[in-house]
Design a binder for this molecule. Structure first.
Ligand code: SF4
Length: 365
């Protein structure tokens, strides 16, 4: 007869066997298995991480992709996404500025390339780009690509109208990020100015017009296990090439301030689930990594194969040297670079500081 502990872990072991087997065949998890994984106990966490790691290792080996954010326009948004410090009525203490020009973007790209960045994510706040903003963004992208043709550019400008993605592609954009964030059922609770269907439409449009779709999630906003699984199935139907997973930073001055419902263990279970749903797709730990995974970040990297290095849109990330040390300690390698220096802070922030704009990074904005 097996000892009691072993008997208890048998159902989880067979669950993880099924999830791993399906993922290695690039099949979606069964819905019940996905829900059971999210409800599994902390005692089983290392088994969960080990199974997700097997999938990660199969498709991505020991590689880690680094991404850098450039916020081309910050704040001043008419939308009401409850989690966002840039929303209308936000009283968050953030730096706000209109669309930056080519010089700012090229300097940011210089710094990112010098640090070995593979992808530069060029982000602007707002519901979607105005014609004038789109003109400036395409000019910015052309200027960056003229100097750094090898740099992968991802744009993130909100909802796109027909033809916008084509214009971006012609300027040199490779990918477009537009997150679904939460499930369709939960969407009304976090945003009243656009719909889940609007977001689906933009991701579909991006793919149809030839850009690489990047779409992911934001957790910690009161979503249930069912919401997490529903979202995974909806994202999978969109066939994204990359899936960023964010964990809510409950910023003061937003309606979700003070909302602390995540634990490092829950974050790892969610990441593992998304690895099983997206076995061969770039899975990126995005905002909230340091805050929510804390000392368990290395386990996060055993599941995901991509992170943002440096700062986020309106909050600071941990020093790049800490990320580099963590990657080295895991025996992993940074994709496409052998540089040993990475920027301490987001390139555009440094540039703006050099211009005398915003002398301090907002601490929690
Ligand atoms: S997430 Fe985007 S659309 Fe929503 S409030 Fe923030 S900047 Fe605006």
């Amino acid at each position: 007869m097996l000892p009691p502990m072993w008997q208890d872990s048998q159902p989880v072991k067979s669950l993880l066997g099924r999830l791993t087997h399906a993922a290695l065949g690039c099949e979606a998890p069964a819905r019940d298995d996905a829900l059971t994984l999210l409800g599994s106990s902390d005692d089983e966490l290392m088994n969960v991480v080990a199974s997700a790691y097997e999938v990660r290792r199969t498709f991505f080996g020991n590689r880690v992709k680094l991404n850098f954010l450039l916020s081309m326009k910050t704040g001043l948004c008419p939308e009401d996404c409850q989690y966002c410090s840039q929303r209308r009525d936000s009283t968050a203490d953030i730096l706000k500025y209109p669309m930056v020009d080519e010089a700012v973007c090229v300097e940011a790209a210089d710094r990112a390339v010098a640090a070995g960045a593979k992808r530069l994510c060029m982000v602007a706040s707002g519901r979607g780009p105005t014609p004038h903003e789109l003109e400036q963004v395409t000019a910015n992208v052309r200027a960056v690509k003229a100097k750094h043709p090898e740099l992968e550019i991802c744009a993130c400008l909100g909802l796109l109208a027909e033809g916008h993605a084509t214009q971006l592609k012609e300027a040199g954009v490779y990918a477009y990020n537009h997150n679904l964030n939460t499930s369709e059922k939960h969407y009304d609770a976090i945003c009243g100015t656009h719909t889940f269907a609007d977001r689906i439409e933009t991701v579909g449009r991006v793919a149809a017009e030839g850009l690489s779709p990047c779409s992911g999630a934001l957790f910690g906003m009161g979503e249930s296990h069912e919401d997490i699984v529903d979202l995974a199935f909806d994202l999978r139907r969109l066939q994204p090439d990359s899936v960023p997973v964010n964990f809510l930073i409950p910023i003061d001055g937003t309606p979700l301030k003070g909302r602390w419902e995540l634990t490092p263990q829950r974050c790892l279970r969610i990441l593992a689930l998304y690895r099983f749903f997206f076995p061969d797709v770039e899975l990126r730990i995005a905002g909230g990594r340091e805050l929510h995974l804390r000392s368990l970040q290395p386990f996060g990297l055993m599941i995901a194969n991509s992170i943002f290095a440096g700062d986020y849109l309106t909050t600071e990330g941990q020093p790049a040297g800490t990320d580099r040390q963590m990657i080295a300690d895991l025996g992993f390698e940074i994709e496409g670079t052998d540089e040993d220096t990475l920027p301490r802070q987001r390139p555009d922030m440094v540039h703006l500081r050099n211009r005398g704009i915003g002398t301090d990074l907002p601490a929690n904005a």
